[in-house]
Design a protein around this ligand. Sequence first.
Ligand code: SAM
Length: 278
Amino acid sequence: MINLSAPSTVRRLIRENAFRYKKSIGQNFLVDGNVVQTIVKAAGAAPGQFFLEIGAGFGALTQGLANSGASVVAVEIDAVLAEVTRKLLADYPQVQIVTGDALRLDLASLVPPGQRCRVAANLPYYITSPLLIKLVESDLPVELLVVMVQKEVGERLLAAPGTKDYGALSVKLFFHAEVELVAQVPRTVFFPPPHVDSAILRLLPRPFPYPAADPATFSRVVRAAFAHRRKNLKNALLAAGLAAEALLETAGMDGKRRGESLSPEEFGRLSLAAAACR
Ligand code: SAM
């Protein structure tokens, strides 16, 4: 079986299939076996486990996961690429390549009934935020996600309240999961190399550790607080059509603060106030 993360393999596959890679949909392929192994290890891939992979590409990560003995369903939007990779991985009966857009597919329907699932992906960067939100907010039975993201997105997801990187995405993901950095990755591990470096993150889904309202209400107050970074909290809530004064009084919060200074715990309190003031 050929090694799908070898630089010479990826170049040859591109040449032999006259494949015109599209940078606009994140077609930068991993050509470093050590990085594949870092993701496989961080995801704890092992026989009996089921993995959902987003963006199969030429199968570098799919093969790494499959070599551990795990089953993999890998979604790939590019039908030509999906067909090539399906053939490349034909010797792995536990691998399935599904052609489709991960943002539109019903991902839960790809998981065998009764099976827990792990997500592993070298994500197409142009859909990182909506896809991560979809993955953690969906009813997928996910126990762990290991994803490669653009370094700057990694910094946002790991940012502390009040810092410039802290934003709606950080808080919304924190609502669902604990996020940790696995490794920083230079752009040179891809072919063609992208214009940015990357980071591998591990997300461990868990219940939100503070009192809070339902996910939709939590998400609404977070969105409102970050929608207008220049406005103070009271004006930002007003601009989102929320009863700002009642909310702030119920939550015991100063409306002159900026949204980005609120900790996840305070967003929890604000969401409870929003639910109470409906
Ligand atoms: N996993 C491969 C690797 O590590 O070499 C490819 C990673 S590449 C960064 C991202 C892959 O996602 C590309 O193959 C691209 O065609 C695919 N892709 C882009 N948008 C997608 C979408 N909306 N749904 C599914 N796959 C997508």
